[in-house]
Design a protein around this ligand. Structure first.
Ligand code: SAM
Length: 342
């Protein structure tokens, strides 16, 4: 069965507002079980502000039309532990071509892959490879209240749920990712996994309520990395676990790279420390039991341009004569996974 595609933006907005209202009520109910009332009120204010921004985004109509033209069916065949998949091509009568066209209206797809009703979204990033590197080092997520800072389209949040997390809240400032997340939520409307469209700076301080906080792929975008770590710590309950994944450079505890302008063509990269310096940052922010559990040079198989993300990707950011360097002459992207406790 196909959702009727509204011809007017007003119609699209009305349906999206129903989704927003559903998410709002369920998120508020969830947060009220473990977050103080004044912080819940603050967070719901940010939820509303994020949605207002989304509804006014220039690409809103394209994205939401794609989302709403996906089959509105109940799907019971779901895989979240070994991959992120809802249904198969036999779950509905809609053709694979039509499903693909609906999903492509939400391009570019950067984080994934997702399998939606038989269509494979071959995203720019193999986020599943990152998860495979992180997962073996985590304290079990079963029964945990999880926060994912900079959650992107939510790929890792679904994998966290697949590991048995009690609830997962993701925060991210991207409107497109909010609607890509809504694709999965269309088929898992009752999952305690929520996208809160806001930034880390908007989170109230000292919430001390999450069992595990993830910050993956975001620290190097922060101008105040120590503030970021302090904020993450303040969100964790006593005994909680912090999982930090970020860019690093080789070198001793004295070394940290600050690019002059761009790093791998990105304008918003500020600090890339060595692992040894990162350990000091974490300890000075008040974390204990700090350890680096994984180091990985990002490959052009892990981050590449695909049919679902046709812009430039890692291969275009590296020196064609020496792929160990970025086009700016800096060391090519290398990532560390750090685990720390409060
Ligand atoms: C490189 S992506 C990482 C996504 C995902 N965590 C991963 O590891 O694949 C960084 C994400 O952080 C988000 N972001 C940027 N600034 C943010 C902020 N101040 N608060 C929360 N998220 C932010 C971006 O929108 C983007 O989705």
């Amino acid at each position: 069965m196909l959702y009727a595609l509204p011809s007017e933006k007003r119609g699209v907005v009305k349906i999206l507002k129903q989704y927003q209202q559903h998410e709002r009520e369920n998120l508020q109910a969830l947060l009220s079980t473990f977050v103080q009332a004044d912080d819940v009120a603050t967070l719901m204010g940010h939820f509303d502000a994020g949605w207002l921004k989304l509804l006014n985004h220039g690409d809103f109509k394209r994205w939401s039309s794609g989302l709403l033209s996906l089959p509105k069916i109940e799907v019971t065949d779901i895989e979240l532990k070994t991959s992120v998949r809802v249904g198969t091509k036999d779950s509905c009568d809609t053709t694979q071509t039509d499903i693909e066209a609906s999903l492509k209206a939400l391009f570019p797809w950067r984080k994934g892959p997702f399998d939606i009703l038989g269509v494979r979204i071959n995203t720019e990033w193999r986020s599943d490879w990152k998860w495979d590197r992180v997962l073996p080092h985590l304290s079990p997520l079963a029964g945990k209240r999880v926060l994912d800072i900079g959650c992107g389209s939510g790929y890792h949040m679904w994998r966290m749920l697949g590991e048995g997390a009690k609830s997962v809240v993701g925060i991210d400032t991207s409107s497109l990712f909010a609607l890509q997340f809504a694709v999965m939520k269309r088929y898992l409307p009752h999952a305690d996994v929520f996208y809160l469209p806001t930034g880390i700076d908007e989170m109230p301080g000292d919430m001390q309520c999450f069992d595990t906080v993830f910050s993956m792929g975001i620290l190097y975008h922060r101008r105040e990395p120590i503030e970021h770590l302090l904020k993450a710590k303040s969100l964790l309950a006593e005994g909680g676990e912090f999982v930090l994944e970020t860019l690093v450079v080789d070198g001793d505890e004295q070394r940290c790279l600050m690019p002059h302008k761009r790093y791998a063509k990105m304008k918003n990269v500020w600090f890339i420390p060595s692992v040894a310096m990162l350990e000091i940052w974490l300890k000075r922010a008040g974390f204990s039991q700090v350890s680096c559990v994984d180091l990985n040079v990002t490959s052009t198989e892990e981050q590449r341009c695909t049919d679902w993300m046709q812009f430039e990707s890692l291969a275009d950011y590296l020196d064609p004569n020496d792929p160990s360097l970025t086009v700016e002459g800096y060391p090519a992207p290398k990532r560390a996974v750090m685990i720390a406790k409060v």
